[in-house]
Design a protein around this ligand. Structure first.
Ligand code: ADP
Length: 437
């Protein structure tokens, strides 16, 4: 079984966002967490059968450029070994990077390895308000450098002109495919890209105002060995693959196996959206509040959380264990323990609870919080996720094959601000269950 699209994403939630859009575009998709350094299990190998796209999630957005390049090359080799026709380098729709990289160096290294002479940069995600005009990136009605991104702690974006931004990250020439060219259709874009390539332009920033522009661009670049951009382009490409006959029509690309087992929510996110979701859940179902101060004092607190969850899981669940707290309580815990230790205590506790309770039969797990999800996924040894239908925009149900389990674990990983108020309850309502469960 060979895949059509192999994607390399520079962070975890960005990878999920792209994978989710590929499924919505009609592709069966698996997301991997990096490249496994130990051999895949039989369940993991089986889960890679009958997929059209694989998205490798790296942590290469803010690390040194050399490291980002090395990790991306390893991912490229792995995806090429699975026959990927096209490679997609996925970064954030706000082009998060610094003058040292990593978008330029990684794109250059991928092009060198693929033997290509040019590629496109399509960061725009119009439905989320990220558009590009005359090479300038807008977030809603603000230029990127006036959108709050100029103060980002890791990748401050102080220039909205992406041609200049990228020119500082690559020794090669950077060009522009501006709106008037897109207006004349895919053929015109194709000719423009060819003309730029003849002038020695290697990277082309593409204007994008709406979904139609994404369709035009996808049609123009479907034959490129490498494309780069945000997840918006990911939703437009599958239609082009189908037109080429590379992709069969699949009735339900996001179909997962029926879920089995108990229902648990673990929440380590303190975002406003998550606090609302916790309150909504607690009005309907039981929950246990984890307190970092108590976790620091005694093992007994974790033991109590475990006993509480077991008791309510035995009653049929769903049950919630949450460290989520309002800013005042978070500040108090951080003042007493230090920011790093408070976070680590919570993440370790969530990881331990997940490991023990999944071992005891939890089969449907929702985790709230980006870092919290990372801690739970690594405690469980999850290395790949089959992407299902989305619960709310950008957050799909997924299934992870785990060693020693007959059926995969159903997992929904929600970063902080995602999801409607009823996310925790609705997630379980929309997940199809095995008849006998
Ligand atoms: P989000 O996606 O909302 O940013 P994350 O899980 O990425 O959520 O980050 C939340 C961080 O806050 C985690 O490191 C978590 O361990 C920490 N945390 C959660 N609850 C508390 C709390 N009550 N006090 C202090 N830190 C907490």
């Amino acid at each position: 079984m060979t895949i059509v699209l192999g994607a390399i994403a520079d962070d975890f939630t960005g990878a999920t966002d792209l994978a989710n859009n590929l499924v919505r575009g009609g592709m069966r998709c698996v997301q991997t967490i990096g490249i496994a350094d130990a051999p895949l299990s039989p369940q993991e190998i089986e889960a890679l059968e009958n997929v059209d796209a694989i998205v490798v999630a790296l942590k290469s957005r803010s690390c040194p450029a050399g490291e980002a390049v090395a990790d991306s090359m390893a991912a490229l080799d792995w995806l090429q070994a699975r026959g990927a026709r096209q490679i997609f380098f996925k970064y954030c729709s706000t082009f998060d990077s610094t003058d040292a990289g990593n978008i330029g160096p990684v794109s250059d290294a991928l092009l060198d390895r693929l033997g290509g002479s040019r590629t496109v940069m399509v960061p725009a995600f119009p439905v989320n308000g990220r558009t590009v005009y005359q090479g300038h990136l807008f977030v809603g009605d603000r230029l990127l450098n006036d959108s709050g991104m100029q103060d980002h702690p890791l990748n401050p974006m102080r220039d909205a002109d992406l041609v200049w931004v990228l020119s500082r990250q690559t020794p090669h020439r950077v060009g522009l495919a501006a709106r008037p060219v897109l207006d004349r259709g895919a053929e015109s874009v194709h000719r423009h890209l060819d003309a730029l390539a003849e002038q020695g332009v290697r990277h082309v920033i593409c204007d994008t105002l709406d979904e139609h522009d994404l369709e035009v661009l996808a049609e123009a670049v479907v034959d490129f060995p490498l494309v780069t951009g945000g997840s918006g382009l990911g939703q437009a490409l599958p239609g082009q693959y189908r037109r080429r006959g590379w992709l069969a029509d699949v009735a339900q690309p996001g179909r997962l196996e029926p879920a089995v087992g108990g229902a648990l929510v673990l929440s380590g996110s303190c975002s406003r959206a998550t606090l609302g979701q916790v309150a909504h859940f607690l009005r309907r179902h039981p929950g246990f509040a984890l307190d970092p101060l108590a976790l620091a004092e005694t093992d007994d607190h974790l033991g109590k959380a475990l006993a509480f969850a077991r008791c309510h899981l035995a009653d049929g669940g769903p049950v919630l264990v949450y460290a989520s707290a309002d800013p005042e309580r978070v500040r108090a815990a951080q003042a007493a323990l230090g920011v790093e230790r408070a976070g680590r205590l919570v993440e370790e506790a969530l990881g331990q609870l997940a490991r023990i309770l999944v071992d005891e039969g939890v089969g449907r797990l929702v985790v709230a919080g980006g870092e919290s999800s990372g801690a739970v996924v690594s405690a469980l040894g999850v290395r790949q996720l089959r992407i299902g239908e989305q619960i709310d925009p950008g957050v799909p149900w997924t299934q992870a094959p785990l060693p020693g389990r007959a059926s995969p674990l159903s997992l929904a990983l929600k970063s902080g601000n995602f999801g409607g108020e009823d996310f925790f309850t609705r997630a379980f309502e929309v997940l199809p269950m095995e008849a006998s469960s």
